[in-house]
Design a protein. Sequence first.
Length: 344
Amino acid sequence: MVGRFRCCRSQRIFVICLLGLALAVLLLSPHQSRPSKYAHFNESNFTFLYDRGIHEAFYPHLQHYQCREVVSQKALCQWDLSPKGLPLLLLAITSHPASHSRRSILRRTWARPRDVGGFQLRHVFLLAMDPQPNLALHESDTLGDILMWDFEESHHNLSLKERCFLQWMHRHCQQAAFVFKGDDDLFVNIEALTEYLHQTPNVSKFIHGNVHYRSAVQRWGKYAVSRAFYPMLVYPNFASGGGFIMPQPIIPKLYNASLWVPVFPMEDVYVGFLALAAGLRYRHDKHFRVWGPPRDELDVYQDSVVVHGISMERIEEVWKQIQRVLVRKKLSLATQTTKNIRTA
Ligand SMILES: *[C@@H]1O[C@H](CO)[C@@H](O)[C@H](O)[C@H]1NC(C)=O
Ligand SMILES: *[C@@H]1O[C@H](CO)[C@@H](O)[C@H](O)[C@H]1NC(C)=O
Ligand SMILES: *[C@@H]1O[C@H](CO)[C@@H](O)[C@H](O)[C@H]1NC(C)=O
Ligand SMILES: *[C@@H]1O[C@H](CO)[C@@H](O)[C@H](O)[C@H]1NC(C)=O
Ligand SMILES: *[C@@H]1O[C@H](CO)[C@@H](O)[C@H](O)[C@H]1NC(C)=O
């Protein structure tokens, strides 16, 4: 009895070891042979577990959509408007198809194509479909500054604009030195923006904007995500989608990441995951006032790169005021120089 028991116990141990080994092989091998269902993203001492299966279960459309351009603007970055051959600063502006009046205000204010601060400025509006796309299509025919994809315009679908825009940049606009990406309800001080680009050390190494560090996940409200979908308490660092800057060397890295990182249903967090996967860094700057101006006065706008939360009428007003100040400065500088030449 005892002998037999002993014999069986060692056999059992052997079988258990064999099973354990098989289980280990089963668990480990998928990680080596095919793309992992999980990805670990490490940010300093914090690890994000990214579960592809859960992304597919909750937001299948975001994962499977193939970017189809209804209007593609293949040549947008190829026209050289600047006789001086200045580097291209592209403004990529997220807009709803129905927001015609916002777009027309931006075209005659800060998004107006021109040479400014050592850059040639060009803009493109990023649109998806709404039930009446014809008006936007007509606008695109006449103005040539609209990029449109065939998915439905919606809050969660905004992440698709990010993914499809990166693909478009990869295919049609690798020459842009900088891309400013923002919403159509912003005031952007282009002169301050170009100055920022010139003055920031190592500017091409970072994503620039209003950076949210370890932002808490919300379970209620407009930006809620369910615990079942994303159980972690914080997001990776990300720049507010209101308005941020991507330098040229960073864009192919984000694009590469977009080919395998699952799409998160919030567009700025999604870009945060792409940046994390690509090992990119941020530079936070307080001049990106995505929370609105501290005071509604001209000096605040003069001292900002981006201001969110003001009316379209105010955007137009502020832009005109800033331009007038700039013209006055130029004039006084010119008279100063003439005076200096005369006295010399
Ligand atoms: C991130 O951390 C996890 C857990 O500590 C580790 O298993 C994984 O290999 C790390 N990934 C990278 C890309 O460093
Ligand atoms: C991670 O780093 C932060 C600050 O850098 C620190 O407050 C936190 O305690 C660290 N967490 C762990 C688990 O080490
Ligand atoms: C996103 O777009 C797709 C395709 O147009 C549509 O079927 C889906 O309902 C949209 N998603 C949301 C959340 O609106
Ligand atoms: C710019 O980057 C270089 C190389 O990484 C570094 O040595 C230098 O300190 C950086 N300059 C500033 C002002 O951060
Ligand atoms: C993007 O991925 C391709 C293929 O995996 C690689 O050859 C290329 O160097 C990557 N580019 C960047 C900027 O990471």
